[in-house]
Design a protein around this ligand. Structure first.
Ligand code: PEP
Ligand code: CO
Length: 415
C-alpha cells in the first residue's frame, strides 16, 4: 500500500480562534499506509490546494458536531433511531439549493416511514455535502482498445471514458470544497442546518477517504482538541478500515462521532481492535458500526456483536443493506435486488436483537430522482436515462420507502 505523501507541515493556523487548521494530526497520519488514494500525476500541485483548504472557514461547527454526538448517545440508549441516506457518489454539480431541497424531502419521507414503524424520533443524516470520493475494487477500467484509470469521484477525476477526464486533477479538490459549502449553505437556507432544532436538522456525513481533502480540514476546537470540519459524521469504508491505516489513525484523533463499515470478512479480532482504537473510553455515541454483510451472510454478524458487547463498547449498530447485495449482471450492469435489501434489513434487526444489541437504524443509497437502478417495486434497471449512478445503484424513492418500512424494532421492544 502506498504511503500517503501529505506533507503536514508549514500550513497556516488561520480562521477564528479555536478553529485553526491542526497540522499535527496531518503529520501524524502522513506516512501511514493509505489505501484508495489516487495517483496524482503531478504531486507538486497539491500543496497550494492543501493551503487553500486549510485556510477556509470550517464547513461544520464543533458545536454542531457535539450536538450530533449527543443525539447518537441517545440513539445508543434506544431513545432515537437513525436514517443515513443519499447518493453513492455525490456529484459536485448537484449541490445547488434545488438538489439539496429534493434530497432533504427524501430524507423527510423516509424518516417519517421509520418514525411510524418504530414510534421513535428519527435523526436524519445525508450522505451529503462531501460524499465525493469513492473506493474502487480496481485501479483500472477496461475500455475498447485499452484501459483507463477508474473513476474515483468528482474530487479526483471525471467519469467520461477519456484519458484526459480520468487523469486525477488536484484542482477538483477545491471544486469539492466549494460544492460542499453550497450544499451546507442550502441546508441552512432551508432551516435544516446550523441552528435548526435537533428534530428538524439534517446532519452531514461522508466517507472520509480522500486524505488530500480531509487532512487540511482538521481544525482545533475550543475544548482543546481537534475535529474534522468537513462533515459532522465521517465514516471509514470497508476497504480502508485496517487498524494501522492512515484512515483509522485520523478517525482516532478526531472528536467527531465516527462510523466504520463492517463486512462479512471482518474477524472478531479486527472489530475488537477497531473498537479499542476508535472508542478507547467506551463513550456512548462515539462509534457506530455499520454492518453491510449481504442477505446471504448477515447471520455471521452474531459473533461480532457478542464480542463487542462483552468488551463493553457501547457501539451503535446500523444496517447498510446495500453494499453486501450488489450484483453484476451478465451484461456488466451493477444492480441490487429490493427483496435482498429487505431481507438483510429484517435479518440484521433480528441478529442484533438475539445478541442483546439493537439495530439503531438504516444506511441507504437512494435518490429522489426518477431512477431505475435497483430491481424491484416495478423497476427493472436498464442502461439509459433511468440508470444515472456513476458508482453503485441507488434505490428510487418508492423502493427506499419499501426498504424503510421493513426496518422495525424487534418483536417485544417497547418504543
Ligand atoms: C459506500 O458506502 O459507498 C461504500 C463504498 O461502502 P463500503 O465501504 O461499505 O463498501
Ligand atoms: Co456505494
Amino acid at each position: 500500500m502506498p504511503r500517503h505523501p501529505f506533507p503536514g507541515t508549514g500550513l497556516p493556523r488561520t480562521g477564528l480562534p479555536g478553529t485553526g487548521h491542526d497540522p499535527l494530526i496531518a503529520s501524524m497520519v502522513a506516512g501511514l499506509p493509505a489505501g484508495q488514494q489516487p495517483r496524482w500525476p503531478d504531486p507538486s500541485l497539491l500543496p497550494p490546494v492543501h493551503d487553500r483548504l486549510a485556510g477556509e472557514s470550517p464547513l461544520v461547527s464543533y458545536a454542531g458536531v457535539r450536538e450530533l454526538h449527543e443525539l447518537l448517545a441517545r440513539a445508543a440508549e434506544g431513545d432515537l433511531c437513525l436514517l443515513q441516506a443519499g447518493d453513492c457518489v455525490e456529484l459536485t454539480t448537484e449541490c445547488e439549493p434545488a438538489d439539496v431541497a429534493r434530497k432533504v424531502e427524501m430524507l423527510d419521507v423516509l424518516g417519517d416511514v421509520m418514525r411510524t414503524g418504530s414510534g421513535l424520533p428519527v435523526v436524519r443524516v445525508g450522505r451529503i455535502a462531501g460524499q465525493f470520493a469513492k473506493p474502487r475494487s480496481d485501479d483500472w477500467e477496461s475500455v475498447p482498445g485499452g484501459r483507463l484509470p477508474v473513476f474515483r469521484g468528482p474530487v479526483v477525476n471525471a467519469p467520461d471514458a477519456r484519458e484526459e477526464d480520468r487523469t486525477p486533477d488536484p484542482s477538483r479538490i477545491v471544486t469539492g470544497l466549494e460544492a460542499a459549502r453550497r450544499a451546507v449553505d442550502a441546508l441552512d437556507a432551508l432551516g435544516r442546518g446550523e441552528g435548526a432544532a435537533p428534530q428538524d436538522r439534517v446532519w452531514t456525513s461522508h466517507e472520509a477517504l480522500l486524505l488530500d481533502y480531509e487532512l487540511p480540514q482538521v481544525r482545533r476546537h475550543e475544548d482543546n482538541g481537534s475535529y474534522l470540519a468537513s462533515t459532522h459524521w465521517p465514516w471509514i469504508g470497508e476497504r480502508t478500515r485496517q487498524t494501522d491505516s492512515a484512515h483509522v489513525r485520523l478517525m482516532a484523533e478526531l472528536d467527531n462521532p465516527v462510523a466504520c463499515k463492517i463486512g462479512p470478512d471482518a474477524t472478531v479480532d479486527e472489530v475488537l481492535d477497531l473498537c479499542a482504537v476508535l472508542d478507547p473510553h467506551r463513550t456512548p455515541g462515539r462509534l457506530t458500526l455499520i454492518a453491510r454483510f449481504g442477505a446471504g451472510r448477515v447471520a455471521e454478524l452474531a459473533p461480532l456483536v457478542r464480542a463487542v458487547r462483552q468488551a463493553g463498547h457501547p457501539v451503535l449498530w446500523m444496517c447498510d443493506p446495500m453494499h453486501g447485495n450488489t450484483v453484476k449482471r451478465p451484461d456488466g450492469l451493477k444492480t441490487r435486488r429490493l427483496d435482498a435489501i429487505m431481507s438483510e434489513i429484517r435479518q440484521c434487526v433480528d441478529v442484533l436483537a438475539e445478541n442483546a444489541a439493537h439495530c439503531a437504524g438504516l444506511h441507504l443509497e437512494a435518490s429522489p430522482d426518477d431512477i431505475s437502478e435497483c430491481e424491484g417495486a416495478g423497476r427493472s434497471p436498464e442502461r439509459g436515462p433511468g440508470y444515472r449512478s456513476l458508482c453503485d445503484p441507488r434505490l428510487s424513492l418508492v423502493q427506499a420507502v419499501a426498504a424503510a418500512a421493513h426496518w422495525r424494532l424487534p418483536v417485544g421492544a417497547v418504543a
